[in-house]
Design a protein around this ligand. Structure first.
Ligand code: CO8
Length: 257
């Protein structure tokens, strides 16, 4: 697959997606969002791939936000449409992806960039990362799910402070508040993300898909997370992964999923 703004590398069941607009600090323009969707769609149905890592090109920035140049003259209708389409095709799409997505945050994760990282299931940040939602300095608010996901991750009080003050936090603070799962030195970022990804890749893809659905259900309006968990738990018993996993345990061997 060829992209203008993305690099895609698949190795050992792990897909590494690199947003590649380093001169613009990997800002998300329309084309990049469309390419990410296209790549994700292809990876969804690629059975070789079990885990995704998303990162940014260069050492300075993960993603410095939505591309401000593209929406500077938008109307109310266009702004609404931009947010709705972006949420549906990228941010919600990642959160509900059937395979785990790890964001490897290698520098600035601002606005839409932090929202992208928050859509992923797991975040690892390099120690130079700076994270924030600066939209109110532009007369905007986060439009790619940031007001919702930030509060889910760090709690409502901290989310209010970050959104209203527009202040960036460093990687240590992001770790302390639960916004990222780990912080590591920049040179270790991709190795750490790959290490975690390969641990996940070893496990049952079918069970992992059920776990993603169940965990997400607790955060969706009108869904009963406990009920979804019961249903997904039950479904596992009908899968070949369950036969393999339990069979391997009982026969004292490693499972081959
Ligand atoms: N959009 C477009 N271009 C950008 C962006 C961006 N978000 N961020 C950086 N760039 C470009 C700069 O314009 C500059 O380009 P050029 O060389 O052509 O002038 C280049 O990247 C390098 O940037 P700087 O020279 O500014 O680099 P610095 O090291 O001085 O500063 C910063 C780095 C602090 C990250 C600075 O670039 C900055 O503040 N960027 C903007 C951050 C921001 O406000 N992000 C939020 C954007 S709004 C958003 O994401 C809304 C999401 C929800 C949208 C929902 C639909 C509407």
């Amino acid at each position: 697959m060829e992209f203008n703004n993305l690099l895609l590398d698949i190795e050992d069941h792990i897909a590494l997606l690199t947003i590649n607009r380093p001169k613009q600090l990997n800002a998300l323009n329309k084309e990049t969002i469309a390419e990410l969707h296209q790549a994700l769609e292809a990876l969804q149905s690629n059975d070789e791939v079990r885990v995704l890592i998303i990162t940014g090109s260069g050492e300075k920035s993960f993603v410095a936000g939505a591309d401000i140049k593209e929406f500077a003259d938008f109307s109310v209708t266009e702004g609404t449409e931009l947010a709705a389409q972006g949420q549906a095709t990228l941010f919600d799409y990642i959160e509900n992806f059937s395979k785990p997505v790890i964001a490897a945050v290698n520098g600035f994760a601002l606005g839409g960039g932090l929202e992208l990282a928050m859509s992923a299931h797991i975040r690892i940040a390099s120690s130079n990362a700076k994270l924030g939602l600066p939209e109110v300095t532009l007369g905007l608010i986060p439009g790619y799910g940031g007001t919702q996901r930030l509060a889910q991750l760090v709690g409502k009080g901290r989310a209010f402070e970050m959104v209203l003050s527009a202040q960036m936090i460093d990687a240590q603070r992001a770790y302390d508040t639960g916004l990222v799962n780990h912080t590591v030195e920049q040179e270790e970022l991709l190795t750490s993300a790959r290490k975690l990804a390969s641990k996940i890749a070893f496990n049952s893809p079918m069970a992992i898909n059920s776990a993603i659905k169940s965990l997400n259900a607790g955060y969706k309006d009108g869904m009963n997370g406990f009920q979804v968990e019961i249903e997904e738990f039950g479904k596992c018993f009908g899968t070949k992964d369950f036969t393999e996993g339990t069979g391997a345990f009982l026969n004292k061997r490693k499972p081959q999923f």
